[in-house]
Design a protein around this ligand. Structure first.
Ligand SMILES: NC(=O)c1ccc[n+]([C@@H]2O[C@H](COP(=O)([O-])OP(=O)(O)OC[C@H]3O[C@@H](n4cnc5c(N)ncnc54)[C@H](O)[C@@H]3O)[C@@H](O)[C@H]2O)c1
Ligand SMILES: [Zn+2]
Length: 674
């Protein structure tokens, strides 16, 4: 590599690592595995070692975490909260001890005692007690400035609010984490409620702690383990082990596997024991942390860059194995996304038998050149789904795996959106894989709003084969007698349901169009489209015309991505048949714009963060009724930003541009008063 190339690569790495730091630490939504992330960091460190004069001011090597979120108040730490240097082998650990010896000028035979304990995969928190009372709790943030999470931390049972016999000023540092079982249950609840699903317990814990509303944190089962301290008005002991024992005596949970060892070899044996127990621990760990026991030595060693010289994290290797990829199968998700799954000849990896791997998407299959029958190396890291990391029998002459261009569940065409790797089935209305989601959406409050047709009933009727597609809802009357014969149905409830359905004939055509569930077509876009074309029939004709996409893109408020989605939808014959049936049975009313002339007419409003009393679509519809336009991104032309909890970059941008920001409550007042 030439020097110029090294410089370019270092710049790329700085940018790339900073992006992953934001995704991981700030948004709690990593895109790559920790092992892949660590590889980028190591590549950066190796290049910096080779070209020390090229080390950048924004070197990832000198940074901790990510800047604190603007949604929470900032706290400047009394003493910085650091990261840890990593070791990946026993040799790295011996090196660490050798470096410390040299730094302290110790003789060869002077023993260097080490503590060793699990490295808990959570997020660090600093708890400040004054006069024995918890007064402040903060996240690490970028190490210097963190986020104030005091009210949130008060909801964690493991953390004492009051201490007896503690130093006047005591900052306890440790890990806020979520157990594996609580994490699985949280994700299940989040998925059922259509909320954010977390990649791992660490992200789940971080997302749960960093809430604007502590009531949200209280609803999440968070725990705490102490492993260190910050500012102190008097020392906790003269050694790490003494100080940790002191914290335990004050009432802080300390992991039972914390131990003191006479030297590196004994500490490494403890590492092996912890690694062996790893799968059975109730929480995720990603390594073992060793610390020099003597605090006077810690003091002298101090820290360099972003990490102390007296501690190191010995990471567990990702677990790997080799086997045969027997088949590649395509699954269709609830939202129509096609996902390739690899069926393997079963193989043991780190104590479990693995027979399936995710192959992610079409690009990943192409990148690895995978075909059925290939020998592959697979990796399982923590509790994540195993993945293929290497194709051991690549062969460019054999034909590549043919990725389907039709949905295996319904035969509709499957397409990728511009710039997207995911391939999706376009036959949403008729695809059995997407049936329940589509039906639920169709009858939902913002769409056809059919009373009495909840999720449970939809599942019941779908199982009976009475409703497969939305138009079947309007033909439910033919099953009236059968319905009456079913448990839980009385004449009154059956007739109420049939009347509610009947009442939706001749209903709002924008709501019907929205109810079709065309990708990217929310209620506002549905109105924009109908404002221009008048009826769904006319819209369909335009979408199918020679210049369909261009014609749709020309509509105010509709961009090329939406235009393409609408075009793809009407291109699919299955969908056209279903739309024709719906127009026949539901006979929607022609579109009438409901916008009023108000002080908000012609203004642009952006909604960001989560809204609690209304759906995003309802909020946009409200804006429309005031004659305003709901936009997706903040620019100098934005007139108002309505920000709910969790608002991120859009809120920040609004603040930078000096744009008016309102809470959901204030927005409700604006709507009521306009
Ligand atoms: N996948 C991604 O995109 C991505 C992005 C950024 C970071 N990461 C992961 O995060 C790591 C870097 O994050 P980091 O800077 O927080 O470093 P780290 O998590 O590897 O180590 C430092 C942290 O370990 C914690 N810790 C847990 N148990 C401890 C114990 N017993 N004693 C002392 N400290 C303990 C402390 O909170 C400390 O801040 C990477 O190694 C990577 O695995 C992943
Ligand atoms: Zn399909």
């Amino acid at each position: 590599m030439t020097e110029a190339e090294a410089g370019r690569r270092l710049r790329q790495l700085a940018k790339e690592i900073a992006r992953h730091n934001r995704l991981y630490h700030d948004q709690d939504a990593p895109e790559i595995s920790d092992a892949d992330y660590d590889a980028l960091v190591r590549e950066n460190a190796a290049l910096e070692a080779e070209y020390p004069h090229l080390v950048r001011a924004d070197s990832p090597n000198a940074q901790v975490g990510a800047a604190p979120s603007s949604a929470l108040a900032k706290v400047t730490h009394a003493r910085p909260m650091l990261s840890l240097e990593n070791a990946f082998s026993a040799e790295d650990v011996h090196d660490f001890v050798r470096r410390a010896r040299r730094f302290l000028s110790l003789s060869e035979d002077e023993p260097v005692a080490l503590t060793a304990e699990p490295k808990i995969d959570g997020l660090s928190a600093s708890l400040r007690y004054e006069g024995g009372t918890l007064v402040l709790a903060a996240t690490r943030g970028d190490g210097t400035v963190g986020e104030d999470v005091t009210p949130n931390v008060r909801t964690i049972n493991d953390i004492p609010q009051q201490l007896t016999g503690a130093p006047d000023v005591l900052e306890v540092r440790g890990e806020v984490y979520m157990s594996k079982a609580d994490f699985a249950a949280l994700n299940e609840r989040q998925a059922a409620a259509g909320g954010k699903v977390f990649a791992n317990p660490r992200n789940g814990a971080a997302g749960s702690l960093r809430q604007k509303d502590p009531a949200n944190t209280a609803a999440r089962p968070l725990r705490f383990l102490a492993h260190g301290w910050g500012e102190l008005s008097e020392p906790l002991g003269t050694t790490q082990a003494e100080a940790v024992e002191h914290l335990r005596a004050l009432g802080f949970p300390v992991d039972e596997r914390f131990g003191l060892f006479p030297g590196a070899d004994a500490a490494l044996a403890h590492y092996a024991a912890i690694e062996h127990a790893r799968a059975d621990l109730p929480f995720d760990i990603d390594g073992v942390v060793y610390k020099l026991d003597r605090l006077d030595w810690q003091e002298r060693l101090g820290f360099v860059g972003r990490a102390p010289r007296w501690a190191i994290a010995h990471k567990f290797p990702a677990e790997k194995a080799e086997t045969t990829l027997e088949r590649i199968e395509i699954q269709v998700g609830r939202t129509g996304k096609l996902t390739p799954i690899g069926r393997l000849r079963p193989v043991g990896v780190g104590g479990v038998i693995v027979s399936n791997v995710t192959l992610h998407n079409r690009d990943e299959i192409a990148r690895l050149g995978l075909r059925e029958g290939d020998r592959v190396r697979i990796q399982r890291a923590g509790d994540v789904i195993p993945q293929v990391v290497e194709n051991l029998t690549p062969d460019e002459d054999r034909p590549a795996f043919r990725y389907p261009d039709h949905c295996p569940a319904c035969g509709s065409e499957a397409v990728a959106e511009e710039g997207e790797v995911d391939i999706r089935c376009t036959g949403g209305l008729v695809c059995p894989a997407q049936r329940l989601e589509r039906l639920k959406h169709f009858v939902s409050r913002g769409a056809m709003d059919i009373d009495g047709l909840g999720e449970k009933t939809i599942v019941e009727f779908a199982d009976l084969g009475w409703i497969e597609k939305p138009s079947d809802i309007f033909r439910l009357g033919v099953h009236r007698t059968d319905m009456l014969g079913r448990e839980g149905w009385k004449e009154k409830s059956v007739d109420a349901l049939l009347a509610a359905i009947e009442a939706r004939k001749g209903f709002d055509s924008a709501r019907l169009l929205f109810g079709l569930g065309i990708r990217h077509v929310g209620i506002v876009t549905a109105r924009d489209l109908l404002k221009c074309f008048g009826t769904i029939d006319a819209l369909q004709a335009a979408a199918r015309g020679d210049d369909g996409i261009a014609e749709l893109s020309a509509v105010e408020g509709v961009g090329p991505v939406v235009a393409e989605a609408v075009h793809d939808f009407f291109h699919e014959p299955h969908n056209r048949e279903e739309v024709a049936a719906l127009l026949r049975f539901a006979a929607p009313a022609p579109f009438v714009s409901q916008a009023r002339e108000t002080e908000w007419s012609g203004k642009t409003i952006v909604f960001t963060g989560s809204l609690e009393t209304m759906s995003r679509d309802e909020a946009k519809a409200q804006a429309e009724r005031l004659g305003a336009r709901a936009a997706g991104s903040v620019s100098a032309k934005t007139d108002l930003v309505v920000a709910g909890p969790g608002a991120g970059s859009k809120l920040k941008k609004a603040e930078e541009l000096g744009i008016r920001v309102a809470t959901e409550e204030e927005w409700a007042r604006i709507v009521a008063e306009a």
